[in-house]
Write a protein that binds this ligand. Structure first.
Ligand code: 3PG
Length: 203
C-alpha cells in the first residue's frame, strides 16, 4: 500500500526533548494517526525516530526535512520507515531511491513535478502547500498531470485540510498543527490525542 493511503493526515513533528518521543507517538496512534514524520530539525530527531521505531510498533515513523545523503543514511539506520524531503535535487532523489524505503520527494512547481515523473516517481510532497498556491494550484495540476498524487504540507490546518483531501490528486496531507510545541513541552498528551482524533476523522 502507498504511503499516501495509510492515514489522511501525517503529523509533522519537531521533537526537542527525546523523552517526549514515545508518549507523543502513542498519543498520535491512540488518536488514529499511525504515520508520523519526525523532522530532522533538532539534535534529538534521530534518537526520537529510533525510540519510536523500537517502542511504538503500531506507528509507522519516518524522517522529514531530509536535505542530504547523510540525512538519509542516518535516518534509515535509526529506523525510519519512510523519508520526506522539502525539495528535490538529483543526488538526493538518487540516494532516496537507493535507500530501500518509501519516500516522498518535495516539489512545488510543474517542472519539478515533471522531472520526478520522468524518473517514474508519481507520489510527491507538495511544499510549501499554502504559500505555493494551495488547493487551487493542485486542482490546476490534476488536468495535465492526472497520474500524480500529492501529500501537501506547509500551512495546512484542521479547517483547511478537508479541502485538500477532497481533491482527487491528494492522498493525504501533512502538518504540524497536531503537535503544538506547548503541548509537547507540558506533556499534554490528551490534547495531542484529541487533535489527532479530529484529524483522523477527516479521512
Ligand atoms: C513541513 O515540514 O512539512 C512543514 O514545515 C510543516 O508545515 P506546517 O508547520 O505549516 O504544518
Amino acid at each position: 500500500m502507498s504511503l499516501l493511503d495509510l492515514a489522511p493526515v501525517i503529523p509533522v513533528v519537531v521533537i526537542d526533548d527525546v523523552a517526549t518521543a514515545v508518549p507523543l507517538a502513542r498519543a498520535l496512534v491512540a488518536g488514529g494517526l499511525p504515520v508520523i514524520e519526525v523532522t530532522l530539525r533538532t539534535p534529538a530527531a534521530r534518537e526520537a525516530i529510533a525510540r519510536i521505531a523500537d517502542e511504538v510498533p503500531e506507528a509507522t515513523v519516518g524522517a522529514g526535512t531530509i536535505r542530504t545523503n547523510d540525512d538519509i543514511a542516518a535516518s534509515v539506520a535509526a529506523g525510519a520507515r519512510f523519508l520526506v524531503s522539502p525539495g528535490t535535487t538529483l543526488s538526493l532523489v538518487e540516494a532516496m531511491d537507493a535507500s530501500g524505503v518509501p519516500y516522498l520527494p518535495g516539489a512545488a512547481t510543474v517542472s519539478e513535478v515533471m522531472a520526478l515523473v520522468e524518473r517514474g516517481i508519481k507520489e510527491l510532497k507538495f511544499f510549501p502547500a499554502e504559500a505555493a498556491g494551495g488547493v487551487a494550484y493542485l486542482k490546476s495540476l490534476a488536468g495535465p498531470l492526472p497520474d500524480v498524487r500529492f501529500c501537501p504540507t506547509g500551512g495546512i490546518r484542521v479547517d483547511t485540510a478537508a479541502d485538500y483531501l477532497a481533491l482527487p490528486n491528494v492522498g493525504c496531507v501533512g502538518g504540524s498543527w497536531l503537535t503544538p510545541a506547548d503541548a509537547l513541552a507540558s506533556g499534554d498528551w490528551d490534547r495531542v490525542k484529541k487533535l489527532a482524533a479530529e484529524a483522523a476523522a477527516l479521512g
